[in-house]
Structure formats: C-alpha cells, structure tokens
Design a protein around this ligand. Structure first.
Ligand SMILES: Nc1nc2c(ncn2[C@@H]2O[C@H](COP(=O)(O)OP(=O)(O)OP(=O)(O)O)[C@@H](O)[C@H]2O)c(=O)[nH]1
Length: 194
C-alpha cells in the first residue's frame, strides 16, 4: 500500500504577517519540522505551496507543486486536492506547515491505524478533531473535488462526510497537546509551554 506525504504550505499567513512555513522556531524553519515528521513514515513527500515560495522550497531540494488553478485560493482542501492529483498513491498522509510539535512517532501511529474500510484516520485529541493531520484514502479525492467545486471549503464539513477512524490522546499516547499550531507571531513564544 503506497503512501505519500502531503505538506501543506500554501496559506496566506495573514495572521502571522510573513510566510509562516519559513519562520524560524528553535533554530529550524517551521515547515522543516513537518517535513522531518513525514520522513519517518514515507520517502515520497510533496510540498504544496504558492508560486512565490516554490523556488525557495525547491532550492532546499523539495518536490513542490503549487495549487492547481481551478482551486487556488481555496484553502487547505485545495492543497490536499492538488497534492493528491500530483502523485498517484493509495493513501496520503497530510500535515500542515505550522505544527512544529508533531513528530514522526505520532504520525507513525496514525499511519499504522490504516484499514481499507476507512476513508481517513484523524486525531481527536483533548476533545478537538485535527483534520489537517491525518491519513486520507485516495478514494476521498473525488469527494474533496466536489466540495471544492461547490465552494464548500470547511475541512470539518468534508470529514463529517467520510467514514473516519478517530484516534484520541490515549491511542496516540500523548500526555500533552502536540497539535498546537502557529497562527500569530506570539504563538512562536507560547508554543510548547501549555
Ligand atoms: N496548499 C495550500 N495550503 C494552504 C492553503 N490555505 C492554508 N494552507 C495550509 O493549511 C495550514 C493551515 O493554514 P491556516 O493557518 O488555516 O491558513 P493560512 O492562510 O496559512 O493563515 P491565515 O491567513 O492566518 O488564516 C497551513 O499549513 C497552510 O499553509 C491553500 O490555499 N493552499
């Protein structure tokens, strides 16, 4: 069963102010944390970004695609859809560029929970569903496409349509919430302390 990593790095970062994928956290670029977590579960990784950042990622030796024209500007679902269409794979493991506490160990647990009957395996930790960190079956691609065509861009609306296995903090053996994300500059100082 092939599995491809999709690293979402094509957002506007309007709350952050500069492209957050390329912000530094503890001496490392934010997206690098996501990349290294993905490397633990697959060696086929696609970064999905925007045209003005494509060269920067390519310079670092990354395989980069930009959101397809028909979906550009439509948020994380556009990135997932573009990634799924760029490489054929049975499963896709998705991660955003702004969750530097996620590690390969937790991604491995999510990937290991794959079963053909599920459309997706997604964490629901400390009561919150985290749909941008999960494993999606290739059969979800046409469903995602139809959401995008209808401009129904809420990732949770998609997830509610799928047959999902949720993994909680016990399944993932987490004692702290590693699903904290960076939205604002201040989050870089706050993260990991809660
Ligand atoms: N490829 C791609 N990724 C996206 C898109 N929108 C958001 N993302 C990614 O999805 C994750 C969550 O993004 P958000 O923080 O919700 O959105 P954002 O646009 O980056 O930031 P804000 O403008 O502050 O909302 C990040 O990894 C983003 O890079 C998009 O249109 N295309």
């Amino acid at each position: 069963m092939s599995i491809t990593g999709l690293l979402l790095a094509g957002g506007k970062s309007s709350r952050f102010g500069t492209p957050k994928a390329l912000a530094t956290y503890k001496n490392k670029l934010l997206y690098q944390y996501s990349f290294e977590a993905l490397q633990v579960v697959t060696n086929q990784i696609v970064t999905i970004s925007v045209p003005h950042l494509q060269k920067t990622f390519q310079k670092q030796g990354r395989l980069v695609v930009v959101d397809r024209n028909e979906v550009k500007g439509k948020g994380p679902l556009a990135g997932i859809y573009t990634g799924m269409n760029s490489i054929k794979s049975d499963w896709y493991v998705v991660i955003p560029c702004d969750m530097p506490l996620i590690d390969g160990k937790v991604l491995n647990k999510i990937v290991d929970a794959r079963m053909e009957k599920y459309d997706a395996i997604i964490p629901k930790v400390f009561g919150k569903v985290q749909p941008l960190v999960g494993v999606y079956h290739c059969r979800t691609a046409p469903i995602i496409q139809s959401f995008l065509q209808k401009d129904n861009l809420k990732v949770m609306a998609l997830v509610n349509e799928l047959y999902v296995k949720y993994l909680d903090e016990h399944d993932l053996q987490l004692s702290e919430n590693i699903f904290q994300n960076i939205n604002y500059q201040e989050d870089l100082k706050r993260i990991g302390k809660s």
